[in-house]
Structures are given as structure tokens and as C-alpha cells.
Write a protein that binds this ligand. Structure first.
Ligand SMILES: [Cu+2]
Length: 185
């Protein structure tokens, strides 16, 4: 069994009015990946997309910070995270192994901005789909970062905030927290 964890720290907290934070753990054995994510102080009563992001080559991903706000609109949007964090890879939704990203089957926070997510994923299925998408079946979790997304539609976003994915707009994809996944020995 190989264990990984991530300390998840706020992003865009000065704009969204709450500092989302939490932890994620990943336990990988030969045929299962067990994922646990607990978040606090996210925007309340809101669906939160969550994924690991990374680079398809061997480059390690790093977390985005305010420095990634290259258009200086005060928000680090999804596109601005890509130079340091790479692309969206695997969702933490109702079926991570399917690697289906744009949909509404992600966790929803309660009235206090809390949610708890856990899922046992069939590793072989996930690895096969990961290889189809990115050319390698190795998840390389210690080279990935976890992103939590999502603010209410009522939050006013300037037009400069990008992040439309399929039918979902920048409110859904705006990053609210991020953590580097590290191996635990
Ligand atoms: Cu994501």
C-alpha cells in the first residue's frame, strides 16, 4: 500500500470571501485507490468540482498562487493555473475511474461550507482510461495537485475570469483551494 496526502490551502479567498481548506488522502494498493477528501469553509450550499491536475509528461505540477493572476483581474482562474499545475486529469466525483469531467455529480457543501468525500476506485479501470487519455497508466500522484472549484452563481465575476468547460461557466470552474499531493512514508 502506498499512501499520499495533500494539505489543501485557499486560493482566491480574498475575492470569494471565505478561506476554503482541508485535506486529502490517497491509499493505493494493487487494485484499489481509496480517496478521502474533507473540506471546510468552502462557499456554502455549492457544488464543488474537484480533480487532480498535472502534466502528461514527467513534469511535476505545483500549486497556483496569486502570482498566477497574469491578467491582474484579482482572480486566478482555471486557465491561469495551467502553466504551473497542468491540465485536469481525474475527477473526484461519483465514478473517478470513468474520467468524465463536466457534469453535476460532484460533492455539494452544507450550510457551513463543509463536505466530506470518500470513494474506493477500481485502479485497473482508472489506469486504462488514464493511459488512453495521457499515454501512460502511471497516475504518479506525487507529481499532481488537487484542485477544489466552485463559487455560487450569485458571486459577481468580471468578464476577464475565464473557465467555461462544456455547459459549465467560470463560477463552477473557479479554483477555491489547491494542494500538492505528496507521498507519505
Ligand atoms: Cu479541477
Amino acid at each position: 500500500m502506498t499512501k499520499y496526502k495533500a494539505d489543501i490551502v485557499p486560493l482566491n479567498d480574498n475575492k470569494i470571501g471565505t478561506s476554503a481548506h482541508g485535506t486529502a488522502t490517497f491509499e493505493e494498493d494493487s487494485d484499489q485507490l481509496t480517496i478521502t477528501i474533507e473540506m471546510f469553509d468552502t462557499p456554502a450550499n455549492t457544488e464543488h468540482w474537484e480533480h487532480f491536475h498535472g502534466f502528461p509528461d514527467d513534469k511535476p505540477a505545483d500549486i497556483a498562487t496569486a502570482a498566477e493572476d497574469v491578467n491582474h483581474d484579482g482572480f486566478v482562474d482555471l486557465m491561469e493555473t495551467e502553466p504551473v499545475s497542468g491540465t485536469t486529469m481525474v475527477p473526484f466525483d461519483d465514478a473517478p475511474e470513468n474520467m468524465d469531467i463536466p457534469h453535476d455529480r460532484y460533492p455539494v457543501s452544507d450550510g457551513n461550507g463543509h463536505f466530506f468525500y470518500t470513494k474506493v476506485v477500481p485502479l485497473k479501470t482508472l489506469q486504462a482510461n488514464f493511459e488512453s487519455a495521457f499515454g501512460s497508466k502511471e497516475l504518479q500522484l506525487d507529481k499532481r495537485v488537487i484542485y477544489i472549484h466552485g463559487v455560487p452563481q450569485s458571486l459577481k465575476l468580471p468578464d476577464t475570469v475565464a473557465g467555461m468547460v462544456a455547459d459549465f461557466d467560470a463560477h463552477v470552474t473557479l479554483p477555491i483551494a489547491v494542494g500538492k499531493i505528496e507521498r507519505v512514508d
